[in-house]
Design a protein around this ligand. Structure first.
Ligand code: MN
Length: 364
């Protein structure tokens, strides 16, 4: 297995690639969507504003910029394993089944072709209307390390998603009103959302197959049946099977988030890892520990919490999983570089665990 590091757009720098290499990573997972253009402080106000504005709908990620990114990663002795998450600006009407859907499916096809041509093998995505929303920051991890939790009734009120927002980002600032005075995203059934995913896969998977790109779906985080009145797709472990059955292609599979799967109400996490890793359609793994389950859980350090990570990694190994594993989020450690320290800690832990489990055959 290959330890990797996920980096947000503003962190795609040579220094951070070196940091990843120094911490024992072999691979980078890069976010091209910029969630941090506007400050994100979890106050009541920022729950309304989400992660700020989506990108430029007219500007798709080009072959040249993806090629240059991969080259910069390679220059530090690392592979660029995957990109993670489409920009809502490029495919909002695919999620919403809106008037620009046909054109935006073409956007996604163009992106997949560019990604494949740049030699990037995986595109991770999250087919979600409300997106990742509702977590509250607090001293929930060991030593009062800052982390996040989902607090059920004590968390933020689940207001409907205002028009102009999707996936917790604003794609149309003319229409968007944080108080929702200009309307809301229409509530639909779970089956209708699965239908939208099927339309997406039917259009895009053939292009992914031609382009040598594997599409990897992240489960819904937080894994609630609905969030802000909108349905979620994969909020119980068995629902991942529906994704695999919807498009039985070697290019459609899972961005397997063990933290999110452990938060789900049903299922034994070790059985879940065993079942899906045996399918061969886990394309990469997010690793994170948690305490609790929906609707009440906290994210904690990798070696505390409910999941025995050595056991989890051993199951992946026994089922011949050889792909990339990245720490998902980690608690922030009290020092001058809280994010980096948290990631270095998690990567060191993963590296040691793999050395034990794989008998000293950690990929260099
Ligand atoms: Mn994840």
């Amino acid at each position: 297995m290959r330890p990797g590091l996920g980096l947000y757009r503003h962190m795609l720098t040579a220094d951070n690639f070196r940091f990843a290499k120094q911490a024992g990573a072999t691979d980078i997972v890069a976010h091209m969507t910029d969630y941090f253009k506007t400050p994100r402080i979890p106050t009541a106000q920022s729950f309304d504003a989400g992660w700020g504005e989506a990108g430029d709908p007219e500007r798709l990620w080009s072959f040249e910029e993806l090629r240059d990114l991969r080259k910069a990663v390679n220059e530090e002795g690392l592979e660029l394993a995957a990109l993670e998450n489409f920009d809502p600006a490029h495919w909002y009407d695919v999620l919403l089944d809106g008037p620009r859907k046909a054109q935006q499916l073409e956007n996604v096809k163009t992106l997949i072709r560019n990604i494949g041509r740049a030699g990037i093998g995986i595109m991770g995505y999250n087919f979600s209307l409300a997106g990742v929303w509702g977590h509250v920051e607090g001293p929930y991890a060991r030593g009062e390390a800052l982390s996040v939790g989902f607090l059920g009734d004590e968390g933020p009120q689940q207001t409907p998603v205002p028009s102009g927002m999707i996936w917790n980002m604003v794609y149309d600032s003319e229409v968007f009103d944080p108080q929702g005075r200009k309307g809301h995203v229409r509530a639909i059934s779970h089956d209708e959302l699965w239908g939208r995913l099927k339309d997406f896969l039917d259009a895009v998977v053939p292009v992914a197959e031609e382009s040598g790109v594997r599409l990897a779906l992240h489960p819904d985080d937080p894994p609630m049946p609905t969030l802000r009145g909108l349905p979620r797709l994969v909020y119980q472990p068995q629902m991942y099977q529906r994704l695999l059955d919807l498009k039985p292609s070697a290019n459609s599979g899972m961005e397997f988030c063990i933290g999110t799967l452990a938060e789900m109400a049903d299922g034994d996490i070790y059985d879940v890892i065993d079942r899906y890793s045996a399918s061969g359609r886990i394309f990469y793994v997010h690793l994170r520990n948690i305490r609790g389950k929906v609707p009440n859980y906290h994210e904690v350090f990798i070696d505390e919490g409910d999941v025995d990570m050595i056991r989890a990694l051993r199951i992946l190994h026994n089922n011949s999983y050889e792909g990339v594993i990245i720490p998902d989020h980690t608690p922030q450690m009290t020092c001058d570089a809280p994010w980096h320290a948290g990631m270095a800690y998690a990567l060191g832990y993963i590296k040691a665990a793999l050395a034990v489990i794989e008998g000293g055959t950690v990929v260099e």
